[in-house]
Structures are given as C-alpha cells and as structure tokens.
Design a protein around this ligand. Structure first.
Ligand code: SF4
Length: 266
C-alpha cells in the first residue's frame, strides 16, 4: 500500500503543455500515484530521483487543493478546457475517504464554466456521476489496456481489474456521461476479437489507442525496466501492436491513435 502524506501545494492549476497542449489547464489533486503502473510516464515528472525511483509507493495529498481553487473565484474560468489529471489519477484509493476530487468538481460546477476531461482507471469515478452529469461539457477517459488480467497484473499490479474498468465505462455511458476508452498504452491482448466486443459493449463513444513510447527513454529508469521485461515476456512488439490495433480499428467506432484522440471534444 502506498505511503500517504499531506502537504500544502503552491498551485492547483497548471498550464497544459506537451502531449495535452490542446487543453488550457491540467488539474492534479494529488502527487504521485498508488496505481504504480510499470510503464508510467508521469514518474519522470516526480520532484526528484528518489521519488522517481519509488514511484507507485507514495501519494502526496494536496490538502489545500480546494482552497487554491477557491482563490480562482475572483477570476472564473470561462470556457476553459481542463484535463484532470496529467501526472496522477484523480481517483486514488485515498480519494474514497478524502473526497478532494469530488470537492473540486463541486467548486468547478458552482463557480466556473469549464470543459472538463477526467482521465482515470478507477471505478471510483462512478461515485461522482451525480456531479459529472451537471457539467454542460464533461467527458471521462477510462483507461483499459488489455483483456488479460494476468497481463494487467504484470504491468499494473495495483490497478483495478479489467472487469471493474469495463463496468465503470458502461456505467458512465449508461448515465449519459460522454465516455472514451483510452487503450494507452495497449498491452498484450489475449483475444483481440473478444476484447473488441467487450469494449464495444461498454457503449463508450470513442476509443484511443497508443503504443509504448517509441524512444527508449520511457524504459530508462526505475519501474520502466519492469515494463520492458514484461513486454518481452509476452512477445509484445510493434508488429503485434499493429495487428491488434488494426482489428480494433475495424471493430470500433470513432477510433483514434495517440495525441489526436486526447484532444478536448464533447
Ligand atoms: S494510473 Fe496513471 S499516473 Fe498512476 S501510475 Fe498508472 S499511468 Fe501513472
């Protein structure tokens, strides 16, 4: 279980850049991430090498997150796009008890007019359907990476199961919350045709696939090597990725690859 610590953050909204530069702001209620994915790119943005090396073992709670957002009441966010979150998952296990993300959603609803994308792999997001459905424009990106829970355990040992994530996507779609499934990165798939059927059955409107980062940098430190080893164990290479991608593309509507699929759209 990840170590949880509390601190006073300096800011809660950051200018979006890089892969998600089509958004105005990123909003990260937490630092670190208890889900500990072996391939996590966010680990490279940890404040120092000690925290990079122990990525997945710690979560920093921005205990003043709501106070920081309240300071924006004087300058409301009007028609701004917000990506929550870029370097953590806003539905950390501890969020169930602390409800920091939920409080931020309330604040955004009551005092701002934003277009919101929530990026998560946690079924806890369904707790906040009552709030998400009040946003004129909110979308949930649910990350689902494989159909094989053995693969999931190798790459994402502390994440919710595939079944839970598919259930969450279906629950969101059934509640009329615009929902995308982000297959990012796509991990080894056992039965591509069956996976496509399961994804389609969620009734998500949009699907986004992405391979591992093409450079070796993502495997350059810490848990990255764990992902490289696991990929080799499953003989997961670019040819297999392309083959599964082609099958999914043929079976699923509104299918995108990479950055284009992350652009804000409702
Ligand atoms: S859930 Fe996202 S931020 Fe957390 S470890 Fe996995 S990839 Fe990184």
């Amino acid at each position: 279980m990840a170590h949880v610590e509390y601190y006073q953050a300096k800011s809660i909204l950051s200018k979006a850049s890089g892969f998600i530069n089509s958004y105005d702001y990123t909003l990260n209620p937490y630092g670190g991430c208890a889900f500990a994915c072996a391939y996590c790119y966010a680990a490279f943005f940890a404040p120092n090498t000690a925290l990079q090396d122990t990525w997945g073992q710690w979560v920093q709670v921005k205990e003043n997150a709501l106070d920081l957002l309240r300071k924006r009441r004087k300058r409301p966010l009007i028609d701004k796009t917000i990506y929550m979150s870029s370097v953590t998952d806003p539905y950390q296990p501890v969020e169930k008890r602390l409800e920091i993300t939920r409080a931020l959603l309330y604040e955004l609803l009551d005092y701002h007019q934003v277009r919101l994308v929530v990026q998560t792999r946690s079924p806890l997001v369904t707790r906040d359907i009552d709030l998400l459905r009040q946003f004129p424009r909110a979308r949930v990106h649910m990350t689902v990476t494989t159909d094989d829970d053995e693969v999931r355990k190798a790459f994402e040992p502390l994440c919710p199961s595939n079944t839970q994530r598919l259930w969450a996507a279906r629950t969101l779609a059934d509640a009329d919350i615009p929902t995308s499934i982000t297959l990012t990165p796509l991990l080894p798939v056992r039965d591509a045709a069956g996976f496509a059927r399961a994804l389609r059955d969620t009734r998500a409107q949009k699907f986004v696939v992405q391979d591992f980062h093409p450079t070796t940098r993502r495997f350059a430190a810490g848990t990255g090597q764990q992902a490289l080893t696991a990929a080799e164990r499953w003989n997961w290479d670019s040819a297999r990725y392309e083959a599964v991608k082609a099958l999914l593309r043929a079976a699923l509507p509104n299918f995108y690859e990479g950055k284009e699929g992350f652009a804000p759209a409702w």
